[in-house]
Design a protein. Structure first.
Length: 237
């Protein structure tokens, strides 16, 4: 009887006891349900649910903009569909200075790994210097060991928001909304290259032309020019 059960399990690996027992009874096997279940358990055929991953717990951190330019950044991903023959989806990495609201980097790619993410951050650091912290959610790239080691090596604090609380990363969320409204929602894209071309145009307009209400209607670029301080430094070319 046990061997019959094992044979059925090998063929139908997702079947639990009830389906397995009903199948054997339909095949003419005569055994009580209680006896069959006992043999089923003794044979170690029970289906075990995968253990639930422990929920990530984070402390609440109030979203207060830093006092200095380049003191704190925030980063997040935006998803967008590329309309083409393969209809491939792309991800967009967006990084913002929380004080000046300047978009520091926006780029689309079919896949953005933790290694690609740290490459982007290295590029920004080379241009602006290191922030004290970077705020982010609990996405797999952000909680990866690769990013953790990068942050530790650079002396940068990773400030994680609480799971399911995107408003705790409100500055980058607002920037993502602006990106969608003023760029992504206005176009149909045929390729990854086309997405990045439009992102580049929007990036320049947002930073250098668009007045920002949180900056007393200065552009992010103008705000940074008026608020140079000892913390912020531009690395010369």
């Amino acid at each position: 009887m046990v061997e019959q059960m094992r044979k059925v399990r090998r063929e139908y690996r997702a079947w639990g006891f009830r389906l397995l027992f009903a199948y054997l009874r339909a095949k003419g096997v005569q055994i009580s349900k209680r006896r069959a279940y006992k043999l089923y358990r003794l044979a170690g055929l029970s289906l075990h649910r995968n253990p639930k991953k422990p929920r990530i717990k984070r402390k609440y951190l109030e979203l207060l903009p830093p006092e200095q330019v380049n003191e704190g950044w925030a980063m997040d991903f935006v998803s967008e569909w590329v309309i083409g023959e393969k209809q491939q989806s792309v991800r967009i990495i967006n990084v913002v200075d929380e004080r000046s609201r300047k978009d520091l980097w926006v780029e689309a790619a079919h896949s953005i790994t933790a290694a690609k993410l740290t490459e982007v951050l290295d590029n920004i650091v080379a241009l602006r210097g290191k922030p004290s912290y970077i705020r982010c959610d609990n996405g797999p790239e952000f909680i990866s060991q690769h990013l953790a080691l990068w942050a530790e090596a650079n002396g940068i604090e990773l400030r994680f928001i609480q799971p399911g609380k995107p408003t705790q990363n409100g500055i980058i969320e607002r920037l993502n909304g602006t990106l969608r409204t003023e760029c992504l929602n206005l176009q149909w894209f045929n390729s990854l290259e086309e997405v990045n071309d439009y992102l580049g145009i929007w990036f320049k307009s947002y930073n250098f032309d668009r007045p920002h209400s949180a900056l007393n209607y200065l552009t992010p670029h103008a705000f940074e020019n008026l608020n140079q301080n000892l913390y912020f430094r531009m690395v010369p070319d």
